[in-house]
Write a protein that binds this ligand. Structure first.
Ligand code: MLT
Length: 267
């Protein structure tokens, strides 16, 4: 299998990386980042599994058309990429917005999901003030550009200790955010504002599910993870110490180990 490749799906070009062989594991990144947030997981897991990381529509090296974005459309892009790769079923790992997209994918195409890792994400929809905040952030992106989004997002994504002592992680996040186009950033914000409440749907999930959360996550705190773990039949919950929202970047070994053990049981 190859590294970075491009495919035309649903009328746009998607960039993705496809490495290793075995059970396919598809990684869906957070807002407003790109597939390189999974570099450590890809390196560690591709000796045992087929690891696919995608730049979702609007991110990284994928197209970012100025258009109406939705999480269902992102799920359709992922399904079309699976078709392109002739993958019938995969284990999906979605972090934060990637988790919202994973829930949308499961709702539309449950047969494609062998298992789910819902990381640092939540099932609830936005409250009215949260929705208004999305549109305010889209305005900031439009008026001030992606560096202003970096300033807002870094304290939401990383723990204070990481921000103070691990400048290389802060720089990685900054580079990912500032590599995105405003059309994609604003498109995501509007898509997330529109997402439905998935809480009533959780009880219907029959796919094996692992939930992960950083103990310091304030954007989607452990309480949100516990709610999913209580509602999804047989779901497992892992809480990672010394990690905030981007638990896979702040504690990559711990995160990867949980995914590897879960994937090992499904392979
Ligand atoms: C993310 O990390 O994807 C975002 O923080 C999700 C959100 O804003 O709801």
């Amino acid at each position: 299998m190859e590294g970075l490749v491009h495919a035309t799906v649903n009328g746009i070009t998607l960039a993705y990386s496809d490495t290793g062989s075995g059970l396919p594991i598809v990684f869906l990144h957070a807002f407003p980042l790109n597939r390189t947030m999974w570099t450590q997981q890809e390196a560690a897991l591709s000796s045992q599994f087929r690891v696919i990381t995608i730049d979702l529509r609007g991110h990284g090296e994928s197209d970012a058309p100025l258009w109406h974005y939705s999480l269902d459309q992102a799920a359709d892009d992922v399904r079309a990429l699976l078709d392109h790769l002739s993958i019938a079923q995969a284990l999906f790992v979605g972090l934060s917005m990637g988790g919202y997209i994973l829930l949308a994918l499961y709702r539309k195409y449950p047969d494609r999901v062998r298992g789910m890792v819902l990381a640092d994400t939540k099932a609830q929809a936005d409250l009215p003030e949260g929705k208004a905040g999305r549109f305010q952030m889209a305005q900031i992106a439009y008026k001030q550009g992606s560096p202003a989004i970096t300033e807002i997002m870094i304290p939401k994504l990383l723990s204070p200790a990481t921000i103070q002592t691990r400048p290389e992680i802060v720089q990685r996040v900054r580079t990912m955010i500032e590599g995105n186009q405003i059309s994609g950033i604003a498109g995501d914000l509007m898509a997330m504002a529109e997402r439905p409440d998935s809480v009533p749907f959780l009880k219907q999930i029959t796919s094996p599910t692992q939930i992960i959360v950083g103990e310091l996550d304030q954007a989607t705190p452990p309480a949100d993870a516990r709610l999913m773990a209580e509602q999804i039949p047989n779901a497992k919950l892992a809480i990672i110490p010394n990690a905030a929202h981007l638990a896979n970047l702040e504690q990559p070994e711990a995160f990867t180990k949980i995914v590897a053990e879960f994937a090992g049981k499904l392979a």
